[in-house]
Design a protein around this ligand. Structure first.
Ligand SMILES: *[C@@H]1O[C@H](CO)[C@@H](O)[C@H](O)[C@H]1NC(C)=O
Ligand SMILES: *[C@@H]1O[C@H](CO)[C@@H](O)[C@H](O)[C@H]1NC(C)=O
Ligand SMILES: *[C@@H]1O[C@H](CO)[C@@H](O)[C@H](O)[C@H]1NC(C)=O
Ligand SMILES: *[C@@H]1O[C@H](CO)[C@@H](O)[C@H](O)[C@H]1NC(C)=O
Ligand SMILES: *[C@@H]1O[C@H](CO)[C@@H](O)[C@H](O)[C@H]1NC(C)=O
Ligand SMILES: *[C@@H]1O[C@H](CO)[C@@H](O)[C@H](O)[C@H]1NC(C)=O
Length: 411
């Protein structure tokens, strides 16, 4: 656990450039996510690339003609990154892999090739045209913010937004693209639902989080009504000891180690959290937006677990046969699909579009896209590799190419 706190402090050390001073708070956040990864070891840690998995993935399809989420990465030596850390000042140090000397850049040269069609490269002008006069919110954890920053960097080639945040908290950012009257916002809500910590992780005790499974977090629900696009996601925070509440009462727990409390899986809580988030949105009378669930972003610790020297030092995508994804990650992905399938009809009745931004398959084979040890200076003794977030620029930019494709489909 001690490492977490080194990692946590690191935020302040790295972040000594004046332009980044406002982001100090936020730099603590990725470390908290890593903290949640802590509990990965509680799960059986076997990885899976078994045939059932591929047949399961192939059985999930979005779109009749061409499913843009099923395909492969194709090496394209001419593909250039859409931005650099010079053209986009919004890259957090932890994801600014080039700054910290990542030596290879071939990981930037792969494009996603859907099986039956082409995914066009990101077109910032077109994106802004499609969202003209509209608003888009990312609700979730630091990976949600990772995608929002990728989008901000992608759009920066055309327009840099004004910071119109309502709070000084870096967890709740609001940007306005004045020439397109497009509002981009991020809402920090790693569980999507109300959550409280019972014990502070102080290096010796593991925290136990209370999750109120039927109460969407007001941090985002109170402000989401006016948004045209709401992109929800959640992930690593669900690992680790949890106490589950429904209607204000304990209904069970996950690794709370109490004899008097029913043992439930983390997936139970995960599914309920998403269902509650959807119900909250469907229940907002004047909400007319589109809800997009961004599926699980897989982590890639190899040669050890996250806290036992695990790292992600590959420099190119792996084949499907080599793909190793934690069993828990796949269960979370399946849970998300199950929830979406369950709420689609309700959405229709209510006249709301519910869609899926399914990045899981594409990212499962991109262990080369994470910062690994290039989210800080080598001299800073950080022993934990970041195989959870994604380098900017990097394959996460494709999430926004996929998002643009969804917007095009709305036309
Ligand atoms: C950008 O990356 C380069 C290495 O490619 C590095 O030298 C520079 O310090 C970085 N600049 C910023 C502002 O992150
Ligand atoms: C900008 O868009 C918002 C909706 O996102 C709308 O309420 C507002 O009237 C628009 N402003 C202008 C100047 O068009
Ligand atoms: C950590 O917290 C636990 C419970 O609150 C406490 O018993 C313990 O003394 C604390 N340890 C340190 C090093 O502060
Ligand atoms: C988010 O919720 C917490 C309580 O859980 C509250 O203290 C905080 O002020 C809220 N922040 C915003 C921006 O809504
Ligand atoms: C839940 O599981 C833990 C660990 O396996 C065990 O110690 C505890 O007694 C179980 N609780 C119940 C209510 O079965
Ligand atoms: C990093 O570790 C080395 C060797 O253990 C030590 O000499 C050095 O002071 C450490 N540096 C920092 C910044 O903690």
């Amino acid at each position: 656990m001690e490492h977490f706190f080194k990692y946590l402090n690191l935020g302040k050390i790295i972040n000594s450039q004046p332009q980044n001073i406002g982001f100090r708070v936020i730099l603590l956040v990725p470390s908290i996510v890593l903290l949640s990864v802590a509990s990965l070891h509680l799960l059986s840690s076997y990885s899976s690339s078994s045939p059932w998995l591929m047949s399961y993935i192939n059985s999930i399809s979005f779109g009749k003609k061409c499913d843009i989420f099923r395909g492969e990465w194709v090496y394209d030596p001419n593909r250039l990154p859409f931005y650099t850390n010079f053209t986009c000042p919004e890259i957090f140090d932890q994801q600014n892999c080039m700054k910290f000397g990542r030596p290879d850049s071939d990981f930037l040269k792969w494009r996603w090739k859907p099986a039956g069609c082409e995914l066009p490269p990101f077109d910032a002008l077109r994106f802004l045209e499609l969202v003209n006069g509209k608003s888009m919110a990312f609700v979730g954890d630091s990976v949600a913010r990772n995608q929002m920053q990728s989008l901000l960097c992608l759009l920066a080639t055309v327009e840099y937004p004004a910071d119109v945040s309502h709070t000084t908290s870096a967890r709740f950012k609001r940007w306005l693209y004045t020439t397109h009257n497009f509002t981009l916002a991020s809402f920090w809500s790693p569980y999507l639902i109300k959550a409280t910590e019972t014990t502070k992780p102080n290096g010796t005790t593991k925290s136990l989080t209370n999750l109120y499974l039927d109460e969407a977090h007001t941090n985002w629900t109170s402000q989401i009504e006016a948004f045209d696009f709401v992109i929800i996601s959640a992930g690593r925070w669900f690992f680790g000891p949890k106490m589950f509440y429904e209607k204000g009462h304990v209904v069970g727990c996950h690794f709370c180690m109490r004899k008097d409390t029913k043992n439930l899986t983390m997936f139970y809580g995960y599914k309920r959290a998403f269902r509650t988030a959807f119900e909250a949105l469907l229940g907002l009378e004047s909400f007319k937006g589109e809800v997009i669930l961004r599926t699980l972003s897989p982590a890639h610790f190899e040669n050890g677990e996250w806290n036992k020297g695990g790292e992600c030092k590959r420099t190119e995508p792996v084949s499907r046969a080599e793909m190793k994804v934690n069993w828990g990650d796949w269960e979370m992905y399946k849970s998300q699909i199950e929830v979406v399938r369950g709420v689609e009809r309700e959405g229709k009745k209510r006249g709301l579009k519910i869609r899926v931004l399914d990045v899981t398959e594409a990212m499962a084979v991109r262990p080369d896209g994470h910062p690994n040890h290039f989210g800080h200076w080598p001299r800073e003794n950080v022993t934990i590799a970041d195989c959870v977030h994604w380098c900017l620029p990097g394959p996460i930019d494709t999430w926004n190419e996929l998002l643009l494709h969804l917007l095009e489909q709305d036309q």
